[in-house]
Ligand binder design. Structure first.
Ligand code: MG
Length: 290
C-alpha cells in the first residue's frame, strides 16, 4: 500500500494511492488525525486497530498537492552518515577525515529537527550566503518504524519496519563541518524534502532497491541499497541500543556517492537548481532550490 498525505481545496487528507498511481482515496478520519498524515494511522494499526475505512470518492493525483507522508514527525529524524563505501571515500578528506580511524565499527548517527520537513515537490529555501555557501543534496532511502522497541536485535529488526519513503538530506557543508556535531548544518528550514508517499514494507524490500539523484536532469548519484555499509537491520539494532524507538520514528539510511562536495571541483546548489531523488519501488521527489 502507498499512503499519501495531500492537500485538496485547502484541506489536508491522508489516503491511499491507486495501483496505477493516478488517483487517491482518502481514509475516513478526522481532520485532527489527517493533520499528522500517516503518523496517527500507523500508530493505531501497530497498536492492533483495523485500518480506517476508505471513502469511495476518487480524486486525481494531478488535482492535489502532495505533502510529506509524515509532515509533523513527533521527534527528530534519525540520520546515518557515511553509509556507502564510495561516499565514504569521496568525503574522506573533508566531512569524514576525523572519523576514519574506526571506519567499520559503528555508524555515524545524527538527527535533523522535525520542523525542517517539507513536501515532495515544495521549494527548498537557500539560507543566504551569510549563513552558508555550500548547500548540498543527499538522496536517501528512509525507513519508517512501525512496532517500537528498545535493544531490538538485527534478526528481529525488519519486523519493526512499517514502510519506506524518500528524503533528500539537504546539508550545509560549511556549517556541518564547523560545529563538530552535524545537526545544525542538516536542520535549516525546508532542508528535509520527504515523499512522495509512504510505501508499506509488504510492498518493497528496502534492502534491495536503488537510490538515484539528478541535479537539473543530470544524474549525480546511483546506488543499490545492497551497498550500504550498515544495512537496515544493523541500523535499527544500533539506534535502539538503550533508546526506545517509537512507531512513526524515521531513519534516513545514508546517501550513495556523488554528492556535490565529492565532485572535483565541488559543486554546490544555487537558486534555480532542481534536485530529483528517485528510489525504485517508491517513486520520486523533486525540489527547486530558491
Ligand atoms: Mg545524509
Amino acid at each position: 500500500m502507498r499512503i499519501a498525505t495531500y492537500r485538496h481545496k485547502n484541506t489536508r487528507y491522508v489516503g491511499c494511492v491507486s495501483s496505477d498511481g493516478l488517483h487517491l482515496q482518502a481514509f475516513d478520519v478526522s481532520a485532527d488525525i489527517a493533520y499528522f498524515g500517516a503518523l496517527r494511522l500507523l500508530e493505531s494499526v501497530v497498536a492492533g486497530d483495523p485500518w480506517p475505512s476508505i471513502l469511495s470518492q476518487q480524486i486525481a493525483i494531478s488535482d492535489v498537492q502532495l505533502e510529506a507522508p509524515l509532515p509533523h514527525p513527533k521527534r527528530n529524524i534519525w540520520c546515518v552518515g557515511r553509509n556507502y563505501h564510495e561516499h565514504a571515500k569521496e568525503l574522506s578528506a573533508s566531512v569524514f577525515k576525523d572519523s576514519n580511524s574506526n571506519t567499520q565499527a559503528w555508524p555515524i548517527v545524527f538527527t535533523k529537527v522535525p520542523e525542517c520537513v517539507i513536501g515532495p515537490f515544495d521549494p527548498v529555501h537557500l539560507p543566504g550566503a551569510h549563513v552558508s555557501e555550500q548547500i548540498d543534496y543527499e538522496a536517501e532511502l528512509t525507513v519508517v518504524i512501525g512496532k517500537g522497541g528498545k535493544n531490538i536485535k538485527a534478526a528481529d529488526a525488519m519486523h519493526h519496519v512499517f514502510g519506506y519513503t524518500i528524503i533528500n538530506d539537504v546539508t550545509a557543508r560549511d556549517v556541518q563541518m564547523r560545529h563538530q556535531q552535524w545537526d545544525m548544518g542538516k536542520s535549516f528550514d525546508t532542508f528535509c524534502p520527504m515523499g512522495p508517499w509512504l510505501v508499506t514494507a509488504d510492498a518493497l524490500d528496502g534492502n534491495h532497491t536503488h537510490v538515484r539523484c539528478f541535479v537539473n536532469g543530470v544524474q549525480r548519484q546511483d546506488g543499490p541499497t545492497e551497498n550500504m555499509i550498515f544495512d537496515i537491520p544493523t541500523l535499527i539494532e544500533t539506534i535502539s541500543r538503550g533508546i526506545t524507538l517509537f512507531p512513526g520514528d524515521i531513519i534516513a539510511t545514508g546517501t550513495p556517492a556523488g554528492v556535490g562536495m565529492g565532485l572535483k571541483p565541488p559543486s554546490y546548489l544555487k537558486a534555480g537548481d532542481v534536485v530529483r531523488v528517485e528510489i525504485d519501488g517508491i517513486g520520486h521527489i523533486e525540489n527547486r532550490f530558491v
